[in-house]
Design a protein. Sequence first.
Length: 441
Amino acid sequence: MTDTSQSTLDPLTARRASTARRTGGARAVPAPSPRGRLDVERIRADFPILAQQVHGHPLVYLDNAASAQKPRAVIDAVAAFDATDYANIHRGVHALSQRATAAFEASRDRVQQFLHAADRKEIIFTRGTTESINLVAQSYARTALNLGDEIVISAMEHHSNIVPWQMVCRERGAVLRVIPMNDDGELLLDAYEKLLGPHTRLVAVVHVSNALGTINPVRQLIELAHRRGIPVLVDGAQAVPHLPVDVQALDCDFYAFSAHKLYGPSGVGVLYGKAALLDAMPPYQGGGEMISAVTFEKTFYKGLPGKFEAGTPNITGVVGLGAAIDYVQGVGLDAIGAHEDELLRYATAQLQAIPGLRIIGTAQHKAGVASFVIDEIHPHDIGTILDREGIAVRAGHHCAQPVMQRFEIPATTRASFAFYNTPAEVDALVAGIHKVREVFA
Ligand SMILES: Cc1ncc(COP(=O)(O)O)c(C=O)c1O
């Protein structure tokens, strides 16, 4: 294992470094044709934030897995709602409250249709994927788990699909079991089947890995669990921006995602759950909005979805999520997926041609993420030098420290793609990496 745990770059040295030895990007495969399925230049015009210079260079935004940028349609929808319709929802008889409630509930309909859920009451608004998973951990798992029971997760989970289960397992005397993965970052299905046993109470697995880009065969994972009567939660935070998701076709029991990775606002997300499960679960939080009647002796809760939406929600954020779904569906997830696949293939070939660069996560089925390490160069140094070139990538463990441990690395540099990214931006990334290598030559 290479010890690259200490940052070695002196930023002044980096700035002074000669660019004379720049070699430019290797051309292992041709750049995707500009006649692609998407009119990316037109799409880019919808995203005002992209048209700026950073450190004197055009912004190349490749940190979409952390948060995607917002189209004008979302920015305008949110501003218009706040300017004309905003009020607290559900409880007002006045016109603004009714308009705000209608806009909020229209977003629930959009999410239902987006995920192809059977019923709108199966859509719970939360603060994001993290809160959605905590809701299931505290409401479903806490009541389902007994001493010696097990929850199965995978080796490539984001911390938000690890820590909530650890917390509830510790409280209930239950055990966390982990599906291993191979060196390409693919889950080992034989080992998974062996983990499923009479004590397994839940499987919680990521649909698309944020650290590796792996698209997991969740339909198959769910079927194998269901054969044994085990429910499955899918962390869809990185999946919904890249591929169409049909919760009925998947037959998942819970599905979680965040609006801010889907070109919408931060601080809002969704938990989908099958109505029969949600109906049987106790509320996650108590407070206003989630009750039908309260006395000091007893409280009667609302039915779904209100039972799980205590307090005033992120009303404007939910409206923004509805606008983001409209926008994404207007572009079309099939076209988005095809464009991003081409970009990822092109980027992978270019990156693999760089001496000393190793891609972490080489699964056969991947979406949107190119994570890599370069001999002896710390990812934070790579990220810092790329930033000076106007290129935004993420450097670190990506809230998936067990993935780093599995690959025996402290961190990676991660470029993550959206449908507004272009082959020219991949070229800029590759040229930037050559610059990094010169600095450290
Ligand atoms: C796979 C995955 N799960 C969960 C999360 C947590 O999402 P949020 O911070 O929006 O709750 C992320 C965020 O990066 C993620 O990539």
